[in-house]
Design a protein around this ligand. Structure first.
Ligand SMILES: Cc1cc2nc3c(=O)[nH]c(=O)nc-3n(C[C@H](O)[C@H](O)[C@H](O)COP(=O)(O)OP(=O)(O)OC[C@H]3O[C@@H](n4cnc5c(N)ncnc54)[C@H](O)[C@@H]3O)c2cc1C
Length: 512
């Protein structure tokens, strides 16, 4: 029996710029594998929506691999048991994969895989597909490293010498898997590499021109943002290929002195590709931030009470009684996507106004996201919930956001149809409508649409009070300095000024 290399696909569902596949192909026959791990799909941040997206991308991966000469093997089960059964049938000498910066579950699973490789004498090579560095303790030179990785040549995969047909066709197995979980969940963002390439093309050609102007409002963001996040999260496109395509387009435009806005749009876009890895690096360096506040001074700051449990239920159902916030919550639940600013607003409102433990909010929102990426998600949740100690705390005013981002109430009426008859003057705060108007419109606050969960101004005031009292009575400075040293990008960094016992005026809070 010839020696076989297993190529284990995880969040890298492509054959283009696929270093593990290319590396394995150089040394002999390849067995490409995708493993459906039932236990992963029981984790609180997973959802049927994410599975459906992955399923379609894996099916397309099978087509790509078949064209290279070796169809994909799809197996279902605990991955070490799957490897062991393949090892019993083939002379597996090598395992190739991309390194993963995932939640604790994937980290623990990878440790079991490493143990199995040691026990079986299998050599595991993990290639990096992003700018994240394993074992990094501080960020000096990180940005330069990221730039080097992004500019490195893409890997070409040759025709494969394989092991032949799998016992059961990939598509047949994929069709049989029925994920558990709520039936929320058709993936509304088209899946697979071809869909990703089409999005990339349209963004680079035209859509990037209005990216900066349109990214903040949920009305425009859905068409002007790249919408590449699931493709980057599950690797149907490589980060490097997206960066290089955007960079090449920007260079071409420089030569033509383009004034359409495309160039500046593309600059903002490539900064965000940088952020993608910047935030993932935080989880890679400090995996505990999936469970604990990044700033340990905030341990115990947010605890769930019966009151916050009730608010979490209203948050999860998009029934807070604040129309714009409810529209964002329902849009996310229905479509699986929301723009950055509105994600940030939802996380902040849950943490500040509603005083919900960020970990509970993180799970609800992760399940809604098609593009769930643990490194970005947990780091962003911490930042927007004010728990990093190094970022300015943004406390959003939901009414002001509503008037700024959806002035005519178009988005509200789309996702909160029970408010459709409400005139624009009242749509942002319909609880203020006189009873006679409510009656004539057939919209009764407290009956056809919920009474607000509270007065947003008063709740924000209480949140600021809670925070400033906490900061004044807990040691914050030393931990803040540790976080700055470990996680802060050396390029630019707003520094909150905590006095040893901070008077309220020294809190860096913004009310937007
Ligand atoms: C609370 C919260 C949770 C989030 N969770 C996730 C998540 O699970 N998965 C995820 O991919 N993004 C997450 N984001 C970041 C961001 O909102 C999404 O990446 C973006 O909205 C996806 O849409 P897009 O692909 O059109 O982005 P674009 O604006 O077109 O940006 C291009 C790419 O850059 C990266 N990116 C953009 N903004 C950010 C950012 N602020 N931080 C890090 N990377 C960024 C993404 O990979 C994105 O696909 C989260 C943001 C917040 C505030």
């Amino acid at each position: 029996m010839p020696a076989v290399s297993l190529v284990w696909f995880k969040r890298d569902l492509r054959v283009c710029d696929a270093a593990p596949l290319a590396g394995a192909a150089q040394i002999g026959p390849v067995l490409p594998l995708y493993c459906i791990e039932p236990d992963y799909w029981q984790q609180p941040y997973t959802s049927p929506r994410q599975w459906h997206w992955i399923r379609d991308a894996v099916a397309e991966l099978d087509t790509e691999l078949t064209a290279l000469g070796q169809p994909l093997w799809v197996e279902q089960g605990e991955v070490v048991a799957v490897f062991e059964s393949l090892w019993q049938r083939y002379r597996v000498t090598h395992l190739w994969s991309h390194a993963e910066t995932g939640p604790d579950w994937t980290y623990a699973r990878d440790r079991r895989v490493a143990d199995w490789c040691d026990a079986r004498g299998v050599q595991w090579t993990e290639c990096r597909q992003d700018g994240v560095i394993r074992g990094l303790r501080q960020r000096t030179h990180w940005a330069a490293h990221w730039e080097r990785v992004m500019r490195a040549p893409q890997v070409t995969v040759p025709r494969l010498d394989g092991v032949g047909q799998p016992p059961c066709a990939a598509r047949q197995i994929l069709a049989q898997v029925k994920p558990t979980g709520s039936a929320d969940a058709s993936p509304l963002q088209p899946s697979g590499r071809q869909a990703g390439l089409a999005l990339l093309r349209s963004f680079l050609q035209t859509r990037a021109a209005t990216y900066r102007r349109g990214m903040s409002s949920p009305l425009t963001a859905q068409t002007v943002c790249s919408r590449l996040s699931p493709h980057l999260a599950y690797g149907t496109l490589s980060l490097k290929e997206v960066f290089q395509a955007a960079d090449a387009r920007r260079t071409d435009l420089e030569a033509t002195r383009d004034r359409s806005g495309l160039r500046s749009g593309l600059s903002s876009f490539t900064s965000r590709l940088h952020w993608h890895c910047h935030f993932m690096q935080k989880l890679e360096t400090e995996p505990r931030i999936e469970f604990e506040p990044m700033h340990r001074g905030f341990l115990g700051f947010q605890d769930m009470t019966p009151e916050t449990e009730g608010r979490l239920a209203r948050f999860s159902e998009g029934q807070l009684g604040w129309p714009f916030v409810d529209a964002c919550l329902r849009a996310l639940a229905q479509t699986g996507w929301l723009n950055f600013r509105m994600r940030a607003m939802l996380a902040a409102i849950a943490a500040y106004h509603l005083a919900i433990d960020w970990r509970a909010t993180a799970q609800v929102m992760a399940r809604w996201f098609t593009d769930f990426e643990a490194g970005i998600h947990f780091s962003q949740m911490q930042m927007q919930s004010g728990l990093t100690g190094i970022n300015v705390n943004r406390i959003y005013n939901p009414i002001k956001q509503s008037m700024d981002q959806d002035p005519d109430g178009v988005f509200i009426r789309e996702f909160v149809p029970e408010l459709a008859p409400v005139p624009t003057d009242w749509i942002h705060a319909p609880w203020r409508m006189p009873m006679s108007l409510q009656r004539s419109l057939g919209v009764r606050i407290g009956h056809t649409y919920p009474t607000p969960v509270g007065d947003p101004v008063q709740m924000a005031r209480e949140a600021k009070q809670r925070l400033s009292e906490w900061i004044a009575t807990h040691a914050m400075t030393e931990e803040r300095d540790r976080i700055l040293k470990t996680h802060a990008s050396k390029m630019r960094q707003p520094r909150p000024r905590y006095a040893k016992t901070a008077p309220r005026s020294q809190l860096s809070l913004e009310w937007e």
